[in-house]
Design a protein around this ligand. Structure first.
Ligand SMILES: [Fe+2]
Ligand SMILES: [Fe+2]
Length: 235
């Protein structure tokens, strides 16, 4: 449906925000599962609860303008969430690398929300929808606080993630070392077994050759004896 005035544009923005917040709820759940830093994890869990309130506020904002709440597909937020999905698929990050990446991904989401709420608030103010303005301002304050938290906690969280990365690298190096040791031990034992088989075969061949030679000698002796017998009879 064509948007022809500021009131309809506000409705469009509310739909866009509602859709975005619902996508963010899913994203936050996943991010909580991927976060081991206790402080960050707790804050993400709290922000998940806040996001549920934000969805409820948006539904109330729809009611305030006499409309039914309806999400409007928001390619902006989908792009940010897709970026993370692609990073995971293409770069196959370790747990620590992903946790460091998530700090930036989370901050991108918050700043997207901040921009979206600020513009929707300006619009609500321009059409004198004070209730909508107040509800959106509540949401904006939570987004601002979350963005500030991520920025403030990032240095320490990155330090923790870096230590985790070092431990992961050490563990990977020692597992490679163990695999190499196992491989060379397997090679050595295979070489030993091969040598033993070759030795046995050589022995067998020598035995066979000796038997054949003995048989040949025996045959020659018998022939000679037969010849000797015939000569004696003729005399
Ligand atoms: Fe939000
Ligand atoms: Fe947020």
């Amino acid at each position: 449906m064509a948007v022809t005035n500021a009131q309809e544009l506000l409705k469009h923005d509310l739909g866009d925000l509602l859709y975005a917040e619902k996508q963010i709820l899913k994203g936050l759940k996943q991010m909580i599962r991927e976060t081991s830093n206790p402080g960050m994890r707790t804050r993400l869990e709290e922000h998940h609860g806040e996001t549920e309130q934000q969805v409820a506020n948006l539904e109330r904002a729809f009611a305030a303008i006499g409309e039914k709440p309806r999400g409007q597909k928001c390619p902006g937020i989908l792009g940010i969430l897709e970026e993370k999905k692609e990073f995971k698929e293409e770069e196959e990050p370790s747990k620590a690398v992903l946790e460091a990446f998530n700090l930036g991904a989370g901050l991108r989401v918050e700043h997207y929300e901040i921009a979206a709420y600020r513009s929707a608030i300006a619009l609500a103010r321009s059409v004198r929808q004070s209730e909508v303005e107040a509800l959106l301002t509540q949401n904006l304050e939570q987004e601002l606080f979350m963005a500030q938290y991520i920025e403030g906690a990032s240095a320490a969280a990155l330090q923790d993630a870096k230590m985790m990365m070092e431990r992961e690298e050490e563990a990977a190096a020692s597992s490679r070392q163990r695999a190499a040791t196992r491989k060379s031990a397997t090679k050595r034992s295979a070489a030993k077994q091969g040598g033993a088989r070759k030795g046995g075969a050589a022995k067998g061949a020598a035995k066979g050759a000796a038997k054949k030679a003995a048989a040949r000698k025996g045959g020659a002796r018998k022939g000679a004896a037969r010849k000797g017998g015939r000569t004696a009879t003729r005399r």
